[in-house]
Design a protein around this ligand. Structure first.
Ligand code: NBG
Length: 852
């Protein structure tokens, strides 16, 4: 009877399929699936369909006819998770059979994971099957995929790097656990209102998270506050005991991390804080209900929210609590695992190689000592030996405002026993320094973990350096500068501890998933193994001169640009021409990243057209995106600056659509996946010496954008790989930046002597872009004219000249495309698989563990 009713096609399909599912089920009154179907692990379309339908019913309480898109997304995700779980168990069981295995632990306060469904389908190699299953159930697959709320548990590059690294660890079959915090609210969502950024809380867990599983049975407790006391143990040794004020319970939540086209599946373990009920019985007993509730609220607050600062320390008590909370949970968990392997506590380093993702988890050095010395009664020297062999530390920034320090009084108040241990580590370490460099008092005060100048502070970078066997920067230039500047004393003390590991990104998410058109073209040309062995992209080089390939490459880019143009229209109301050059600058908004230098170039071009309306210039669309830290005034003003300049230019009839300026709101992983594949030009224009590496620069090039950039961070190595002739280089070098500054830099002088620059600044100051308000952007222009800490004025003439070269090159599409294809072909080095291999070989000394 269904079939005679004229339903719209998709409803008809849904009803018919639902009917068939019911009919199948009816044939067995216990709702058992047909024997040919493998509902929990089958990878064929029929099994997947049945699995989705069953999850929909049993997990979500829905059926195909009355389901919402989100319920169906959940059912599809549970279906995929079943398949991941089997592989996760297989991996863990195999690992546990091997008593000598060394595991990697990636400790990071941030994991900017991005949506999970797509990447998991790619890793399991069932993308097409699941798509077909969903479509046969009567739904549009793309509509299901966009239901996912991305876990934005990170700020920017550092958190995204952690996510790329756990993907590569699994893909390289390295047994590993990522440890972090399960923030209830991740990085805020950004709205743009009247050109200004408005922050909204990110309620990513609102509709549930199908990827995680809570493991309350292995929860651990973390001490806070109170005091310490000494006692003598049964062997007559003096020992210490921490009598905390209160305890917080850490509940682990596991998310599977599937390797690409292998059977290994690791997991990410994120900690949620809860009250440790048993601990506050006294308040309950005394009838102090409010105190008990207050304690509960305080405990849960620890994992409530991610601090939204990027490259900026904020010395907040809750932030230190977060750090110690997740570190203590993770260290206890690792020790428990080690003991389950029947390991001896003092051989902890044989089980675990722990990577500190910046200094946020550096307190773990002291926490491991506390566990070994206080809880397992290991003598100090043995414990210290094991600790130093366990940890390695990655530095991610040279910016002084990001180097973490915590007041000693806060430490004493929150984690008194840990502070005592830090003092002991420092005392012994400074004795070593004294022996190595007798009489060098300044060195002692610089290297001390405790900063004694002004209010006493704990220097987290020093703690990380003392307790680590390896220290690395994230790009060749950054490591070199690190060794020369910030960590120079440490190089002299421990030269053998220093390494470089240049960052990388996962091509699975940032090419295969984000750019299916390009991926298909590559696969058709060189086969399908490149996503797991990115050096194979080199085989594309000859295609740069193959007219048919070039044509297809151009078409793929155009299609990607059309998709982005639609999104831009939807999110900003601005119409852009997909055939214009897409010149894109997306990353956190920061003065050192110099989004305002880009704007100065835009205004220059605008002025040139105003002065000569018939100027022959190729149409360009300037696209910006990125979040500003909520308390960072200059960054928020920068957003208003971009949108205001855009408002004027986009409406100016003289432009005849030759220039458009767009601020794409809420730059996150999901949006990034649409943005990188649509870029023609990638803006990587930080002041040389300031960007440690950058990873967006890699994502753009892999997707066939050309870069305009300074010799900063990984740009240096990208240029080396793709060839100088395929990279638009401009600007002062890091050394020149220092020289210029030291020889008395005078930005105002440059303003006075450069006509175009002067006109641009005057135009801004005249209120032209701010509805006559001459004051609005003064904080920006005054800063540039009188201080210019990031040397925009010095680089302005070089940047605009280089942009002229870009414009000329664009006029020759075959040349442009040839260069773009060579960029793709030569990006193999920047797969995070290569970075992980570097860490394995140079730093962790671990080998792949092949799971069948
Ligand atoms: C950032 C750097 C980037 C780098 C990422 C990942 C911090 C502290 N640093 O240049 O600014 O790519 O780390 O290494 O977030």
């Amino acid at each position: 009877m269904f079939f005679s009713v004229p339903f719209p096609n998709f409803i008809y399909n849904r009803l018919r399929n639902n009917f068939m599912v019911q009919r199948n089920n009816l044939s067995d009154s216990k709702l058992k699936s047909s024997p040919t179907l493998d509902v929990r692990s089958g990878m064929d379309v029929e099994s997947l369909k049945q699995a989705i339908t069953e999850h929909l019913f049993f997990q979500q309480g829905r059926n195909i006819v009355n389901t919402s898109l989100n319920d169906l997304y959940m059912a599809v995700s549970y279906t995929v998770r079943d398949r991941l779980k089997q592989r996760e168990h297989g991996t863990m069981n195999a690992v546990f059979e091997n008593k000598d295995v060394r595991l990697v632990s990636y400790l990071s306060a941030e994991f900017l994971m991005g949506p999970q469904l797509g990447v998991n389908l790619i890793a399991l190699d069932i993308f097409e099957e699941v798509k077909q299953a969903v479509e046969e159930l009567g739904f549009n697959f793309d509509e299901i995929v966009v239901q996912e709320e991305e876990p934005g548990l990170g700020n920017g590059g550092l958190g995204r790097l952690a996510a790329c690294y756990i993907d590569s660890l699994a893909s390289q079959q390295i047994p590993a656990i990522g440890y972090g915090i399960r923030y209830e609210f991740g990085i805020f969502d950004q709205d743009i209102r009247d050109g200004w950024q408005v922050e909204k809380t990110d309620k990513w867990l609102r509709k549930g998270n199908p990827w995680e599983s809570a493991r309350p049975e292995i929860a651990v407790n973390v001490n806070f506050g109170g005091h310490t006391e000494s006692y003598v143990d049964s062997n007559g040794h003096k020992r210490f005991r921490w009598k905390p004020d209160y305890m917080v319970r850490g509940i682990p939540y596991n998310t599977p991390v599937m390797g690409y086209h292998v059977s290994s599946c690791n997991f990410l373990r994120l900690w949620k804080s809860e009250a440790e009920e048993s601990f506050d019985f006294s308040s309950f007993n005394q009838g102090d209900y409010y105190k008990a509730v207050d304690y509960k609220v305080k405990s849960e607050n620890i994992s409530k929210v991610l601090y939204p600062n990027d490259e900026m320390l904020e010395g907040k008590k809750l932030r230190l609590k977060q750090q110690y909370f997740f570190v203590s949970c993770s260290m206890q968990d690792m020790m428990n695992i080690h003991i389950r392997f029947e390991g001896k506590p003092e051989e902890f380093h044989k089980r675990w190689a722990i990577q500190l993702n910046d200094t946020h988890p550096a307190v773990s050095v002291a926490e491991l000592m506390r566990i070994l010395v206080d809880e397992y009664q290991i003598d100090w020297d043995t414990a210290w030996d094991s600790t130093c062999k366990t940890f390695s530390y990655t530095n991610h920034t040279l910016l002084p405002e990001a180097l973490e320090t915590w007041s000693v009084s806060l430490f004493a108040y929150l984690i008194p026993r840990v502070l005592e241990i830090i003092y002991e580590i420092n005392y012994r370490f400074l004795n070593e320094v004294r022996m190595r460099f007798p009489g060098d008092v300044d060195r002692l005060s610089r290297m001390s973990i405790i900063d004694e100048s002004g209010g006493k502070k704990v220097r987290m970078a020093n703690l990380a350096c003392v307790g680590s066997c390896a220290i690395n920067g994230v790009a060749a230039l950054h490591t070199e500068l690190l060794k020369k500047q910030v960590l120079h004393d440490w190089v002299e003390m421990f030269p053998q501890r220093f390494y470089n590991v240049t960052n990388g990104v996962t091509p699975r998410r940032f090419v295969v998933l984000s750019n299916p058109g390009l991926s298909k073209l590559i696969t058709n040309s060189i086969g399908d193994t490149w996503p797991g062995k990115l050096e194979e992209l080199r085989k594309l080089e000859p295609f740069a001169n193959d007219a048919a390939f070039v044509e297809q490459f151009r078409n793929v880019k155009l299609e990607n640009k059309k998709i982005l143009a639609t999104l831009i229209k939807e999110r900003t109301g601005i119409s852009v021409d997909p055939t214009s050059m897409f010149d894109i600058h997306v990353k956190r908004i920061h003065e050192y990243k110099r989004q305002h230098l880009n704007v100065l170039n835009i205004i220059t071009r605008y002025m040139r057209i105003k002065q000569n309306p018939t100027l022959d210039i190729a149409p360009r669309t300037f696209i910006f995106g990125g979040k500003a830290a909520p308390g960072y005034f200059s960054a928020k003003l920068m957003i208003k600056f971009i949108t205001s300049v855009g408002d004027v230019i986009n409406k100016d009839p003289d432009m005849k659509d030759r220039l458009k300026v767009v601020f794409f709101p809420n730059f996150n992983v999901t949006n990034a996946q649409h943005i990188y594949p649509a870029a023609d030009l990638s803006e990587q224009i930080s002041t040389a010496g300031k960007e440690a590496s950058g990873t967006g620069n890699m994502k753009f090039s892999m997707n066939g954008a050309l870069t305009i950039g300074t010799l900063d961070g990984a740009n240096v190595e990208i240029r080396e790989e793709v060839g100088n002739e395929n990279f638009f280089l401009f600007g002062l070098t890091a050394a020149q930046v220092d020289e210029t500054r030291n020889s008395g830099y005078n930005p105002h002088y440059i303003y006075e002597h450069n006509d175009e620059l002067r006109q641009v600044i005057n135009m801004i100051n005249s209120g032209y872009f701010s509805k006559g308000d001459c004051e609005l952007f003064k904080p920006i222009t005054n800063n540039l004219l009188w201080l210019d800490p990031y040397m925009l004025m010095a680089d302005y003439p070089l940047y605009t000249a280089c942009q002229d070269i870009v414009a000329n090159t664009w006029k020759n599409p075959s040349e442009w495309n040839r260069m773009a294809i060579l960029n793709v072909a030569r990006m193999g080095k920047f797969s995070s698989d290569r970075s992980i291999q570097d860490y394995c070989d140079k730093i962790w000394n671990v080998k792949p563990f092949k799971v069948r």
